[in-house]
Design a protein around this ligand. Structure first.
Ligand code: NAP
Length: 285
């Protein structure tokens, strides 16, 4: 079978990206003769990559990661509503030489939590972090019917800015004033606790948290951050960021192929999870 479509993830650094494993697993599962690869792209060469993507008829789409989620915006011909409001795109579809930009991070997150059975309807939500990932998640949280949202961030102005840009529906608090009480869903959307800094945690303790609070961390390596370990010790159900990573990718595939049956395909999600876990383990050796 000849490869008729090519896909990329573009970023810098790029060697650590799990996107090729995720997407190539999908192509294999769907029996599609396509290939997905990494490309080192940053502000120095993003314009030449864009020219290539528009010219090369085999390039069907690409994923965008740090530092390009904002850098790509001036090159996009048509930006989806979510990417426009968030101010960042992580998924680009190439159609007839034109670039269509989307943001699938926030909806990937919402789907990852919904599939655990968590009901967003009327939920009191607290999120720690106000960086790029938190921005996408906060946008999507404000689209589902939650009762309240509190954003905690080390740098308060960033949290204030997000809350005001997104219609002022969120409360903002200093990270020093963090409290896990009156909360149905608690999210760590900071980078604190990621490999190799696995003993770090964005908060000192989770004292006062009720065991029926669902706790999530969007970090997926380590599998259990210090934050999630503390939550489990309090009896809370937890979820790491691996399903978010997989689901944002499956939503991207749905956009590229104009279909809607991938992000709810449990067999495929499990298969990808197995492959990514193998790769995480190999990278840690
Ligand atoms: P980012 O834009 O750089 O934001 C980093 C966030 O972490 C900011 O809120 C920052 O606070 C906070 N932070 C960093 N160091 C801190 C410290 N020592 N104490 C307290 N807060 C600290 O990064 P991002 O793109 O949002 O990514 C955040 C994390 O999410 C990363 O670990 C990334 O790998 C993960 N992620 C996961 C997925 C997934 O699919 N699961 C997707 C995207 C990102 P300040 O504003 O005060 O600097």
């Amino acid at each position: 079978m000849s490869i008729i479509n090519k896909f990329y993830v573009v970023g810098d650094p790029i060697e650590q990206s799990f996107s090729p494993t995720i997407h190539n697993t999908v192509f294999k599962y769907l029996n599609l003769p396509y290939h997905y690869d990494r490309k080192l792209v940053n502000e120095e060469n993003i314009d030449s990559f864009v020219k290539l993507a528009k010219r090369d008829k085999q390039i069907y789409g690409f994923s965008v990661t740090h530092p390009n989620k904002q850098l790509i915006l001036p090159f996009i011909d048509e930006l989806g509503e979510m990417a426009r409001v968030i101010g960042a795109a992580n998924c680009v579809a190439v159609r007839n030489g034109l670039l269509f930009g989307y943001n699938t991070d926030g909806n990937g997150y919402i789907k990852s939590i919904m599939r655990t059975g968590f009901d967003f309807n009327g939920a009191k939500v607290k999120i720690i972090g106000a960086g790029g990932a938190a921005r996408s998640i906060i946008y999507s949280l404000l689209q589902v019917n939650i009762a309240s949202l509190t954003i905690y961030n080390r740098s308060l102005p960033k949290a204030v800015q997000i809350a005001s840009e997104f219609g002022g529906k969120a409360n903002v608090q200093r990270l020093e004033d963090f409290s896990p009480i009156h909360c149905d869903l608690l999210i760590n959307a900071t980078s604190v606790g990621m490999q190799p800094h696995i003993s770090d945690c964005p908060v000192d303790n989770l004292d006062g948290i009720l065991p029926d609070t669902f706790v999530s961390d969007i970090i997926y390596s380590p599998e259990r951050t210090k934050f999630l370990q503390m939550a489990e010790a309090k009896g809370c159900a937890v979820e790491n960021g691996l399903k978010m990573l997989i689901l944002q990718a499956l939503i991207s595939e749905e956009i590229w192929f104009e279909r809607n049956d991938l992000a709810n395909n449990e067999e495929l999600i499990e298969l990808i999870e197995e492959e990514v876990k193998k790769e995480i383990k190999a990278k840690l050796l």
